[in-house]
Design a protein around this ligand. Structure first.
Ligand code: SF4
Length: 315
């Protein structure tokens, strides 16, 4: 017997599949999903490719249809090799035969030619950076975060995804308010210093007006950063690329871990911290000084100075 969570709708039924018998499904779609998942699992693939000559360095793309799950790695390797030149129109086919599946890879956004061509693909951040993740549509938590933004006055705000939708595994919070969250995040986005990536709970409609790629590549004081959510699809996007720092969310547990593989930072969750943690976010300042902050009152819970010979912690 195999078990799967049906991802065809937010209800998230737990399916049991034995042979061609599916139980636990609330509707017919679950039966179809369960049989397909047991015999030939498929996933819609969304990612980004590098684009030259456009206002932004990345172009969002997707497979025209779901592709076999076991082709994801090969597909991501191909996608990571692609560099396109602006202009590009939404729907343009960038690759006819993604990972030998006969399924094309298409652009999901239009870009016109912007000023002059630039080879620079990493967006360079400077100054103070606020990093938070996994808000999951909670009004009161966002209000607190907006207060902390006002106090800190960051130059950049980064989010690790799972912004608007509560996510069936978290339960519905009492302050669920998707309209408020969408509106306030839109206002931040329009100031031009807000970036997020897409999490496993971000739906297509949550990308409006946000451009939520699976992976964003940034630099901060000459260190290369990968900003991603941390779920399976985003790990595929990382593929075999190497960065100095990895900024992610998804686990709802904060983490500051510097190893020879790089610096790993997770700010914890604004919406649903796990293991009795309080809601937290992070601040990154010049010299790679990192603070873990309590959302409720902006109190510093932990300090760490990264990329130094000697590890330097303060609690
Ligand atoms: S079985 Fe039906 S109701 Fe249950 S998650 Fe799947 S689509 Fe939704």
């Amino acid at each position: 017997m195999k078990e799967f969570v049906c991802i065809s709708c937010p209800r998230g039924c737990l399916l049991h599949v034995e042979g061609d018998k599916v139980t636990g499904n609330f509707c017919k779609r679950g039966e179809i999903y369960g049989k397909a998942e047991a015999t030939h699992p498929e996933r819609a693939l969304s990612s980004t490719v590098r684009i030259i000559g456009a206002k932004l360095p990345y172009l969002p793309v997707k497979s025209a249809k779901p592709i076999p799950k076991d082709k994801m790695f090969e597909a991501m390797k191909q996608i990571n090799e692609i560099v396109v030149k602006a202009p590009v129109r939404k729907g343009d086919v960038l690759l006819e035969n993604l990972a030998s599946t006969a399924i094309p890879l298409i652009a999901t956004r239009s870009f016109s030619l912007y000023n002059k061509e630039s080879e620079e693909v990493f967006m360079d951040l400077k100054g103070k950076v606020l990093f938070a993740s996994d808000l999951h549509g909670r009004r009161e938590r966002l209000k607190s975060f907006l207060k902390r933004i006002e106090e800190e006055k960051p130059d950049w705000i980064l989010m690790g995804g799972d912004l608007v939708y509560y996510g069936p595994r978290n339960g519905i919070p009492e302050d669920r308010d998707e309209d408020f969250v969408r509106q306030e995040l839109k206002a931040l986005y329009e100031k031009g210093n807000f970036f997020s990536v897409r999490g496993n709970c971000d739906r297509n409609e949550d990308q409006i007006p946000f451009d939520l790629p699976i992976l964003r590549e940034l630099t901060y004081e000459k260190k290369k950063i990968a900003l991603f959510h941390g779920h399976e699809e985003s790990l595929f996007a990382l593929s075999s690329k190497k960065y100095d720092a990895y900024l992610f969310g998804h686990t709802h547990l904060y983490c500051i871990d510097e190893t020879k593989e790089g610096l790993f930072l997770n700010p914890g969750s604004l919406g649903f911290p796990k293991e009795n943690h309080v809601p937290t976010y992070m601040v990154l300042e010049e010299g790679w000084k990192i603070r873990l902050q309590r959302l409720e009152d902006g109190k510093t819970l932990m300090r760490y100075h990264a990329f130094k010979e000697e590890k330097e912690w303060k609690m």
